[in-house]
Design a protein around this ligand. Structure first.
Ligand code: AMP
Length: 424
């Protein structure tokens, strides 16, 4: 099947060919004709499935076939859970609309509102937004939503997980009741189905991958490993495998920072990305990772949501997520665009319950490999020795501060043993 046979206009076909896409993905083949028929759509699609083009292309075609309104009020609104996803969706809209007269912009929190307000005043046809900033700017009367014809909830499951349900309801109340609604979600929980029932009008259900199952091309490996040895194992896997682009998931922001620091000490370039980082830091980390300057990106689930990193060969779960659906999202980062990928999970004893839940969700048994002969790597031993040395030096400084005469012999002995341990 070709993009042309989906009924897309020449202006869009030109942009698609400029992007280098040859055939529409499964979700695109199913969703594009339905959206062009102006149906409400409830789509199950993961990041990496091509879902963005799946809604952006038909939306652009619809908007481009209508005469532009004089003041260019927003006619299409796309809500996303995170700033990163909003920026990526907008980038795609910009690329696909290059040969049309349509304008799009993006608004999200964490950065100054003034440039966003200015862009809105100039008039835009398509607005990509995170819910909080959108409501702020509506309150400031920087935009009106009364002319919205098409609404998209992208990664709707994540929006609910992040507690956006009230914001979404407020936004829905600001839109005209006659409009086309599209809901995209990687997983279909009861809550998503309820949201869909509340605001979609006789939706057509589109599924590109079976509900809550993992992508077939992904090799999933589980290692049973002591919590204390996880960092050593990650360093060993990355170094010995000579992996150059690895996405690692941790459960907490603090854990992401800690692991990233340890990787850096082991001479593996790394950056952490999570909700406490500024927008600038997140963007820098992501672009460094995409350009190959940063070898390992350590992320929490929320921060990683929507990251567009094509052809990611390795994803590691440093800790299993306590929400099983997140496992599906995480490993969906690999094996993209038809390439094969590898997802590794390091599971300590206290996480076995999470593993059972994940197996239930994906309907697959993930037999853990036991690493009986695993020893910390030489590199990690060096890191430990350096840390030990630092501790000793600190203790030394401290004791010098208190006593005029430091206990030299004991100090020297401790330092020596630390170093020797490292070199063995
Ligand atoms: P998405 O699932 O929307 O995040 O898209 C994942 C990636 O696939 C993005 O980098 C898109 O640019 C790319 N993509 C989307 N559609 C196609 C296609 N038909 N052929 C090749 N790549 C595509």
């Amino acid at each position: 099947m070709s993009f042309k046979s989906l009924g897309l206009s020449d202006a869009l076909l030109k942009a698609i060919s400029k992007k280098g896409y040859e055939t529409p993905s499964a979700i695109q083949q199913k969703a594009i004709p339905l959206i062009l028929e102006r149906k409400d759509v409830l789509a199950s699609a993961q990041t990496g499935s091509g879902k963005t083009a799946g809604f952006a292309l038909p939306m652009l075609q619809i908007l481009n076939s209508e005469p532009a309104l004089r003041q260019r009020p927003v006619r299409a609104l796309i809500l996303t859970p995170t700033r990163e996803l909003a920026a990526q969706v907008q980038d795609e809209f910009k690329d696909y609309s290059e040969f049309t007269d349509l304008r799009s912009t993006v608004i999200f929190g964490g950065v100054g509102a003034n440039p966003q307000i200015k862009a809105l005043r100039n008039g835009v046809d398509i607005l990509v937004a995170t819910p909080g900033r959108l409501l702020d700017l509506v309150d400031q009367r920087a935009l009106t939503l009364s002319k919205v014809e098409i609404l998209v909830l992208d990664e709707a499951d994540r929006m609910l997980d992040m507690g956006f349900v009230r914001d979404i309801k407020k936004i829905l109340a600001l839109l005209p009741s006659k409009r086309q609604n599209l809901l995209f979600s990687a997983t279909f929980s009861k809550e998503i189905k309820k949201l869909a029932a509340d605001f979609l009008h006789q939706p057509v259900l589109v599924e590109a991958t079976p509900e809550n199952t993992t992508v077939e091309k992904i090799d999933q490996t589980v290692y049973r490993v002591d919590k204390a040895l996880k960092t050593d194992l990650i360093i060993k896997l990355i170094s010995e495998g000579n992996w150059q682009q690895v996405l690692v998931f941790t459960r907490t922001k603090h854990g992401a920072n800690r692991l990233s620091e340890k990787l850096e000490k082991a001479k593996i370039t790394s950056a952490a990305i999570h909700g406490n980082k500024s927008q600038g830091a997140r963007t820098r980390a992501l672009s460094g990772f995409k350009e190959g300057k940063v070898r390992v990106l350590v992320a929490t689930d929320i921060a990683a949501r929507g990251l567009d990193i094509p052809l990611l060969p390795h994803v590691i779960n440093y800790e299993l997520p306590n929400i099983s659906e997140d496992y599906v999202h995480r490993i969906g980062r690999t094996g993209r665009a038809g390439a094969s990928g590898e997802a590794l999970s390091l599971v300590s004893l206290d996480e076995v319950g999470y593993l059972r839940d994940i197996e239930k969700l994906i309907g697959e048994r993930l037999q853990p490999k036991i690493l009986s002969d695993f020893q910390p790597t030489e590199t990690m031993a060096d890191v430990k020795a350096a840390e030990e040395e630092k501790k000793q030096q600190k203790a030394h400084r401290h004791s010098r501060g208190r006593n005029a005469q430091p206990k030299k012999p004991a100090q020297a002995k401790n330092q020596g043993s630390g170093r020797n341990r490292g070199r063995r």
